[in-house]
Ligand binder design. Structure first.
Ligand SMILES: [Zn+2]
Length: 332
């Protein structure tokens, strides 16, 4: 049967109005996603299709089921250069950005020979010290998780990178509670009272070497899990190569508690900002087994770099730039 023009016109009008309803709806009602009640994670899919996708993050990493592989060594550049660091509160988390950060890069590991550029780092935490991380390991929740977000250099910007299944890599670091304050994070923690209000910013008092956060020890950065997943906040784009380091940082109870005083756009304390785990579906989580032999003078010798067989199959949802922008622009 021949399709008639009016049908097509009607269908197009419906699609278009749905599109504008989806896109403009956010700008009109100005409501943001949250972690409680009817703005909480189980409702994100109503506004953002991708949040009910098949390759979502976070996940529970069961060590028993991971596949061992040996990847290229992770390589950072620009980490040891001291740079001015700016803290801000976007109503969902605490974000740290670095001056001149396009010179901070990572490659290797699951990224192969591709280079990723540092964008920002931020934190996820819980109501108490027994929970707070997004990914779990063997169903264990850590007290906090740091996400260092990098976009693929080839795509030129964070916003553009969100359109590609290999657009981002996020380096994830876990935190456990201990009795002693961690001096590495103390300067940052001391500035948290100055950014408790949404959209407030503050500079760390001195320059920061990102190395202390992202590559504390050579052994730490070889000991990780990796899998393909998504942003853990709307629009939940499935564009992230996750790298989860196994060795946790330690923070005191007081240091962790300082994060819970940061406030949302409604003035409520962000007591917790982690998304619950999502189904693994058909994905495989890999564990990197470093192929490094230390000689007597302790120079690492890298012998071979077999390719892992990870196809990087991801569901790509049509990307709507305006939806993506809502991630970064407060819609209050
Ligand atoms: Zn995050």
């Amino acid at each position: 049967m021949l399709r008639k023009c009016p049908d097509i016109a009607l269908a197009s009008a419906l699609v278009l109005s749905l599109f504008f309803y989806q896109v403009l709806g956010h700008e009109v009602n100005g409501e943001e996603y949250g972690y409680e009640g009817n703005r909480g994670p189980s409702y994100w899919g109503n506004d953002y299709n991708t949040c009910v996708g098949k390759h979502q993050s976070p996940i529970d990493i069961e060590e028993h089921y991971v596949r061992n592989t040996t990847l290229l060594p992770l390589e950072f550049t620009g980490l040891h250069v001291p740079r001015a660091a700016k803290l801000s509160n976007n109503g969902h988390t605490v974000i740290l950005k670095m001056e001149d950060s396009n010179n901070v890069r990572v490659s290797g590991g699951p990224l192969g020979h591709e280079t990723y550029v540092f964008e920002q780092l931020h934190f996820h935490w819980g109501k108490n010290d027994l929970e707070g991380s997004e990914d779990l390991i063997n169903n264990h929740s850590f007290a906090m998780e740091l996400h260092a977000v990098f976009y693929k250099e080839e795509y030129g910007s964070m916003n553009e990178a969100l359109n590609y299944p290999d657009g981002l890599t996020v380096l994830a670091y876990f935190f456990e509670v201990t009795n002693h304050p961690n001096p590495t994070f103390q300067t940052l923690v001391q500035r948290l009272p100055f950014i408790e209000e949404v959209d407030s910013t503050d500079f760390l008092p001195g320059p920061l070497m990102l190395e202390s956060f992202l590559a504390p020890k050579p052994s730490t950065i070889e000991n990780y899990f990796t899998y393909n997943g998504s942003l853990t906040t709307p629009p939940c784009s499935e564009v992230v190569i996750w790298i989860d380091f196994k060795d946790p940082f330690l923070l005191s109870h007081q240091q962790l508690a300082a994060f819970r005083n940061v406030r949302t756009s409604n003035g409520y304390r962000i007591t917790h900002n982690f998304r619950p785990i999502q189904p693994l579906q058909d994905r495989v989580v890999y564990r990197n087994i470093p192929h490094v032999e230390y000689t007597s003078d302790m120079n690492p010798q890298h012998h071979h770099h077999p390719h892992h067989g990870y196809s990087g199959q991801l569901n790509m949802f049509p990307s709507i730039p305006i939806v993506v922008v809502t991630l970064f622009v407060s819609t209050r």
